[in-house]
Design a protein around this ligand. Structure first.
Ligand code: ARG
Length: 278
């Protein structure tokens, strides 16, 4: 090998070693201890979501926005990270967590016993329950009234599971849609008579479509409380760091501020913390 070439190779090696150590030096521990550090030092986490779920996540001028986005930014900052949120879609988000191409999923994801088998979850950050949305002229007063109705759900969500619990798994009356937006479109165009989704999303949709004559039904006997959590790949070290950061954000008023912005009322932080103990 010629010396000039050797030199070049050495330089390349030195430069890449330098940039490698720069990345390493900006690693998680340093950042966690120093939240004031410049943004460029922070590790960027890849986040997946399904952004047709207002007020939690939706697209606005090409950007994912919503309660989840504000909360995630606050918690990530507290933990010393930056986040890059991609509207991957629901199924791809879970696949990305499985393959660890994503560091976390933030999409109003309910912590369920089944999902806990495959993913880690943060402590609860929002209490939810199932709500049914339908048009005037349709009569649905209790969960049992879903029987015999054409129902729409977002595929693979707790809305689907709740509908199935009432009308049976694989019922031909249940149409499954890839996104929450497509589910609501099916309702608007009368392809289904009712959709089964999450309470805050149902109420937001009703509020945003005042001319559609939409009604809602929740059934406290049939539908239990559920809790949203941030999802991580199984065994992720981030889970603990994010729980600590979430705790801080719940305690220091940041959570309440974000909650006020999106829901116009005070959150019940104590109830959330109690749920975290279970
Ligand atoms: N909370 C429900 C579930 O986990 C629905 C979440 C749907 N989220 C969304 N971004 N489309 O299953």
């Amino acid at each position: 090998m010629k010396t000039s070439m050797k030199k070049t190779l050495l330089t390349i090696f030195a430069v890449s070693a330098l940039s490698l150590s720069a990345c390493g030096g900006g690693g998680t521990e340093d950042n966690a201890a120093n939240n004031e550090g410049t943004d460029t030092e922070k590790k960027v986490l890849n986040v997946g979501t399904e952004a047709t779920f207002p007020p939690f996540e939706f697209m606005d001028k090409g950007e994912v926005t919503g309660f989840d986005v504000d909360l995630l930014n606050a918690v990530a900052e507290e933990a010393g990270y930056e986040v890059k949120i991609d509207n991957t879609g629901w199924d791809a988000m879970f696949a990305g967590l499985q393959s660890e191409q994503l560091d976390l999923g933030m999409a109003g994801i309910t912590i369920t016993d089944e999902r806990i088998e495959s993913y880690d979850f943060s402590d609860p950050y929002f209490e939810s329950k199932t709500m049914v949305v339908f048009k005037e002229g349709v009569t649905i007063e209790k969960a049992d009234d879903l029987k015999g109705k054409k129902l729409g759900v977002q595929n693979g969500t707790t809305g689907q599971f709740a509908a199935e619990a009432v009308v049976g798994q694989n019922s031909p009356d249940i149409s499954k849609y890839e996104t929450a937006a497509l589910m609501f479109q099916a309702l608007q165009s009368d392809n289904v008579e009712a959709v089964v989704t999450d309470i805050a999303v149902a109420l937001e949709y009703q509020k945003n479509n005042p001319d559609s004559g939409l009604k809602t039904m929740s059934d406290d006997e049939e539908f239990q409380s559920e809790y949203y959590g941030i999802a991580f790949p199984k065994g992720s070290e981030l889970t603990e760091e994010f729980d600590a950061a979430l705790d801080t954000v719940l305690d220091n008023g940041t959570y309440a501020e974000i909650y006020q912005k999106w829901f116009g009322e005070e959150p019940n932080v104590d109830a959330l913390k109690e749920a975290a103990e279970q």
